[in-house]
Design a protein around this ligand. Structure first.
Ligand code: ARG
Ligand code: ZN
Length: 884
């Protein structure tokens, strides 16, 4: 049934303490749950309805006495309960080894693990499984000592010992009241890395990372990231670790990235394990940011949690913003910070903008859902982070810290709302742009869709004035036909044709604003007039991507070339190059399908590539063409094959036109010194790998074996995974036949490294499609002995790679891609609905497809919709996709 935000009411009862005991057995685990329950005076006399799913109820006692009860609609209903606090004991059993959904208590590689967010706790015991019910937990774990030597739960270990029959036990107590979704337990055969740290306040803490025996040499980076996160949160926000012990556990079967369970974070191995031999630079960066993200949740999520799941962005948007800030600070130099910002924006545009333009468009604070797991989206996470960033921009760095301080003063220990967060930031900054327009600003939380901003500038030479007219509109989204104006911070500057960034002087203001300022666009249309402007400038707008909008520029190529060359803002320099490339790609797609890269564009890119001062990482971003998905976003009717052809052609032309420059770039950056995951070295490797890929491409057309030989050599000799995988990718993308040997060798070398084998699968699934060969290979790989749909990472490595990341292989005139998609969605839905519904979303954009794709896609969707036993997760996605 559809759940609505406006229907929120307080719970009938509060659960204050929970005493849980587990007798762990993969086939049948016994759970004894003893709670103290208090009627909520706001809801006198209401029955108690406890949620439960896929568990067997064996006993219910109230204050030690059996009572009558009924179970209806996956709820245990108790009536005529005491009007004062009482004890409630519930016994249930469950079957962890049969739990393929990976929600609740499940087994993975022989161990026990839990995932309770959002609704997993009800799959462990009957409970008021909602985040505004917070209790303190005491947990007793019993299990076989040999098979499950490590027994963990939240909080502090208070007791452990041996039991009869080869079993042992451990008792854990978590002093912090928490909602059920933050509960966790682990019972498995694991080893650990540990370290003691002393924080600023002088407290000592024990940090531990638990992994399988072979993975201990992949935990150093995660430990360093955790230590850095702890120091950063203390230093930046004055937020200290509030636990004696903080644990991270790696598990190979996991639906998402990681989970912030209080004191016992559980991670997908992909986001915790990394060493230079098996992980790429991108992996290292992801580990750092996910470790930080989960750690930061300890305050933004756990100390202050969400009142209900509609408030999810309260913790997720804020915590993503915090992990982005952290990663920027770790990157160091201004230019490395800009690189991180560009990467974050690229993610937002690739994942969230399309979401906002499709059937799943929803506000950052959604109004309704069928399956909450479908709303762990780029909108709630990444756009939510942009909302926090805009508040930060509107109140300034110091103002934002003051706002955070007030937020915790008001709400520590509570389950709060997005409104309360925004209110705290505004109240701490009276008179700020945010405080003045708080109600209008909060439309960002309630209105879906990506606003369009149009800018029109006019220069008056006689009065030396420049007027900038900004207008905004926002397309309709499902259920929201028209929108009110958003409050949009427009960070900007003016760049003269000779490259100077001008001093900004707004009409009517006594003081100039320097070379960079923030205009606040809050009406449908506003005019800003700059005075003392010496010559016609090029406006540099939305610097640093100051709001999650599409800027529709009227700038011509010359103006964009000026920005690319001279803008003080690195984000807009990159953006200028993207726009120049995008323009050319769109022209080709709309007309002949053939791109023709012009000399001016080539010269400008060469200047960036050879620039003596720019960082390698930045160069790599500028020289990387917009993705096929991003190009598709700009078209009313999408022909994935035409986009693919246009982009591949352009890549080839740039490979050719810049051949000598790629050689230079490779030779300058390919040195194989010792591996270090710092921003500078990562940038050098990224640029070298891009250059190598381009050289192989160019070699392919000119039958020049020199670079292929050098690439093979690099593949064999590389001392780290980034370089080895880069070389392998260059081969796969250019010389399919030659690549096969390398792929075979790679597989043999890493057959015991699951995360590397995932890469091996997805590299093949993401290869540039030619004559249907990639699609055929993916179907064949489904039969590979290493392939399984039961491990989400492995399933994604092939299926998401095909359906989300390789449009040309997926969208086929013969509809075989869609048939394959529908079959897999149905098949996986029977195993793991959360995973199936992610895959289901690959068809979000079917309506914009050109024929024959559109009709074939619709047919595939209808076939899935016709299944009567779909999960709510998949049903919600498919229904929305088919709704007009
Ligand atoms: N709170 C976790 C994080 O942001 C995500 C957990 C989501 N899990 C789910 N099944 N929806 O790191
Ligand atoms: Zn999170």
């Amino acid at each position: 049934t559809l759940i609505r935000r406006e229907d929120y009411t307080q719970p009938s009862h509060w659960i204050r303490t929970v005493d849980l005991s587990f007798d762990l057995d993969p086939a049948k685990t016994l759970v004894i749950n003893k709670m103290t329950v208090e009627p909520n005076p706001e809801q006198p006399g209401a029955p108690l309805r406890l949620d439960g799913e896929d568990i067997n109820l064996t006993r219910v006692l109230v204050d030690g006495e059996p009572v009558s009860f009924r179970v209806e609609n996956q709820q245990l209903v108790l009536e005529n309960l005491p009007s004062q606090a009482f004890g409630l004991e519930i016994r249930t059993t469950c079957a962890p080894e049969k739990n393929t959904q990976l929600s609740g208590l499940y087994t993975s590689s022989g161990g026990f693990f839990t995932q309770c967010e959002a609704l997993g706790f009800r799959r462990i015991t009957y409970f008021l499984d909602r985040p505004d019910v917070m209790a303190t937990y005491k947990v007793t774990l019993k299990a076989d000592k040999v098979r499950f030597p490590v027994l963990l739960s939240n909080g502090n270990l208070v007791e452990e010992g041996s039991l009869d029959g080869g079993k042992h036990y451990a008792v854990w107590e978590d002093p912090h009241p928490k909602p059920s979704y933050l509960f966790a337990l682990v019972a498995a055969n694991l080893v650990r890395r540990e370290q003691r740290v002393r924080t600023r306040l002088g407290h000592e803490h024990l940090l531990q990372i638990y992994v399988r025996a072979g993975d201990l040499d992949k935990t150093e980076h995660a430990m360093n990231s955790l230590i850095a996160s702890i120091a950063w949160d203390e230093h930046t926000y004055g937020l200290s670790l509030d636990l004696e012990r903080f644990m991270i556990v790696a598990v190979s079967d996991f639906n998402m990235g990681a989970m912030e369970n209080k004191g016992l974070n559980i991670f997908n191995t992909k986001f915790v394990l990394a060493n230079p031999a098996t992980a790429t630079d991108v992996d290292f960066g992801n580990v750092e940011s996910v470790v930080a993200h989960e750690y930061f949740h300890n305050w933004t999520g756990n100390r202050v949690t969400c009142r209900d799941w509609f408030q999810l962005s309260l913790k997720e948007g804020l915590t993503v913003f915090r992990d982005q800030q952290f990663s920027q600070d770790m990157a160091g130099s201004p230019s490395a910070r800009a690189v991180k910002r560009i990467e974050d924006v690229r993610t937002l545009r690739q994942l969230q903008f399309p979401e906002d333009a499709g059937p799943m468009a929803h506000p950052v604070r959604p109004d309704s859902y069928l399956a909450i797991d479908n709303f762990y989206t780029a909108t709630v996470y990444e756009k939510g982070a942009e909302l926090v960033r805009m508040m930060h921009t509107l109140v300034g760095e110091q103002g934002f810290r003051a706002g955070m301080k007030l937020y915790f003063e008001r709400h520590d220990g509570q389950a709060a709302t997005c409104d309360q967060f925004a209110q705290a930031i505004a109240d701490a900054n009276p008179g700020s742009e945010l405080a003045q327009r708080l109600d209008a600003f909060k439309r960002w939380y309630s209105q879906a869709g990506t606003p369009r901003v149009q800018a029109h500038g006019e220069y008056n030479a006689e009065h030396r004035q420049y007027t900038l007219r900004l207008t905004q509109t926002c397309p309709a989204t499902p259920g929201q036909p028209s929108k009110q104006p958003f409050v949009i911070p427009v960070a900007m500057g003016l760049v003269a044709a000779d490259g100077r960034n001008l001093e900004l002087h707004l009409e009517g203001e006594a003081l100039p604003r320097g070379k960079n300022t923030v205009l606040v666009l809050s009406e449908a249309e506003q005019v800003f007039t700059f005075v003392h402007v010496p010559a016609e400038p090029v406006p540099s707008l939305m610097r640093g991507f100051s709001a999650p909008v599409v800027l529709e520029t009227e700038l011509g190529d010359d103006a964009l070339f000026t920005l690319l060359q001279h803008d003080h803002d690195p984000f807009n320099r990159w953006e200028a190059a993207q726009k120049l490339a995008l323009r050319r790609l769109l022209r080709a797609v709309r007309t002949t399908g053939q791109t023709e890269v012009d000399e001016h564009f080539v010269v400008a890119l060469r200047a960036v590539l050879r620039h003596p001062e720019l960082d390698a990482a930045f160069k790599e971003l500028v020289l990387t063409l917009p993705s096929e998905g991003y190009v598709a976003e700009h078209l009313e009717v999408v022909d994935p094959q035409r986009i693919h052809a246009a982009r591949e052609t352009m890549k080839l032309q740039l490979a050719h036109a810049l051949h000598d420059d790629w050689v230079w770039a490779y030779e300058q950056h390919a040195d194989n010194g010792g591996y270090s995951p710092d921003a500078t070295s990562m940038g050098r490797r990224a640029l070298a790998n891009l250059a190598l890929g381009m050289l192989c491409l160019d070699g392919a057309t000119r039958h020049n074996p020199v670079w292929v030989g050098r690439t093979l050599q690099r593949f064999k000799d590389a001392t780290n995974m980034t370089d080895r995988f880069g070389a392998l990718a260059a081969l796969v993308n250019s010389h399919a036949e030659l690549a096969d040997q390398a792929l075979e060798r790679f597989h043999a070398q890493y057959k015991d490294e699951a995360l590397v084998i995932d890469k091996w699968f997805s590299l093949q699934a993401m290869a540039p499609e030619k004559d249907g060969q990639v699609f055929a290979r993916i179907k064949a790989l489904m039969q590979h002995p290493d392939f399984t749909l039961r491990t989400p990472n492995r399933a994604r490595s092939l299926l998401m790679a095909l359906c989300q990341s390789n449009p040309a292989a997926f969208h086929r005139a013969d509809a075989a891609g869609y048939v394959f998609w529908a079959d897999r969605v149905i098949e996986i839905d029977g195993i793991n609905p959360q995973l199936a519904s992610r895959l289901a979303r690959a068809m979000d954009h079917w309506r914009r497809l050109a024929e024959p794709y559109r009709s074939a896609a619709q047919e595939a969707l209808k076939r899935v919709a016709a299944k009567t036993d779909l999960s709510d997760d998949v049903r919600e996605i498919i229904t929305r996709a088919l709704q007009d």
